[in-house]
Design a binder for this molecule. Structure first.
Ligand code: NDP
Ligand code: 8X3
Length: 250
């Protein structure tokens, strides 16, 4: 029987590449994000390989999260794998200059959004005593870099929540994995720098950054291990990167 995967943040970057690899590997795929036109386009593309269902909601909107997930047609309602990927950085400022709206966005999306989506799906996994949840953290969840303050805090929270999930869901036979990428060239920096494409592209200049497909490939590897193998925690960086701030550029 085909397994079903739900991916948040599938309209771009890591989430989109993850939807593509799982569709090609014949999972039923539920793609989520706010941008409906992108979901429609991706649904069309992936439908060549498998059955696809789109859910448009903002992970910050608790009611929308529960209503959307509870409204899934029966064919898609058993979720075997959840990829909590939706998230972004907003701003890169010293704490004293930080924008409170940016802080709200990062905590509400990266932390609370992840919790809402998990809360909507975990009960069915507990009932079935099976399932796999992968939380996309970051190297920013393993170390703190200058001006990263609240984004790093949000990803440290994801790391702690991932560990907590693993402990609490262990008796229920549910696998929990944390994947922590370094610099991946996606729309991430465009969002962080509020559409300043030049500043965004400079982040990835002079070295070979990770691509969304590199992370998607690793997510697929983690999910496709036999039941007794759980890759609990994984840090992935470009070879040019030694830490958040040490990158060998040309
Ligand atoms: P992108 O900006 O390319 O993708 C972000 C995705 O998150 C989009 O699909 C976006 O969809 C979705 N999203 C953002 N806000 C919301 C919201 N409020 N409600 C629902 N969906 C939302 O970035 P990446 O692919 O790089 O980022 C994916 C994850 O990887 C994030 O958690 C990020 O923190 C993490 N990460 C990224 C790294 C990088 O260097 N790129 C490195 C380490 C971790 P839409 O706008 O349509 O809602
Ligand atoms: C994204 C990686 O270093 O830009 O989480 O914070 S970094």
């Amino acid at each position: 029987m085909k397994k079903t995967i739900l991916i948040t943040g599938a309209t771009s970057g890591i989430g989109k590449a993850t939807a593509q690899i799982f569709a090609r590997n014949h999972y039923k795929v539920i793609i989520c994000g706010r941008r409906k036109e992108r979901l429609t386009e991706l649904e069309k593309e992936l439908s060549e390989y498998t059955e696809v269902h789109s859910l448009a909601f903002d992970v910050r909107d608790k009611n929308a999260v529960f209503e959307s997930i509870n409204s899934l047609p029966e064919y898609f309602s058993q979720i075997d794998v959840l990829i909590n990927n939706a998230g972004n950085a907003h701003g890169l400022d010293p704490i004293q200059n930080g924008d409170v709206e940016d802080w709200d966005a990062m905590i509400d999306i990266n932390v609370k959004g992840l919790l809402y989506v998990s809360k909507a799906i975990i009960p069915q996994m507990v009932e079935r005593e099976s399932g796999h949840i992968i939380n996309i953290g970051s190297t920013a969840g393993k170390e703190v870099y200058p001006n990263g303050n609240v984004y790093c805090g949000s990803k440290h929270a994801v790391d702690a929540i991932t560990q907590g999930m693993r402990i609490d869901l262990n008796p229920h036979k549910i696998k929990i994995s944390g994947i922590h990428p370094g610099l991946v060239e996606t729309e991430f920096s465009e969002v962080r720098f509020k559409g300043d494409t030049e500043r965004a592209s400079n982040v990835y200049k002079g070295f070979d950054p990770l691509k969304a497909e590199d992370i998607a490939d690793i997510i697929h590897f983690v999910v496709s291990r036999p039941y007794h193998v759980n890759i609990a925690d994984l840090i992935v960086m470009s070879t040019a990167q030694a830490s958040s701030t040490i990158v060998k550029r040309d």
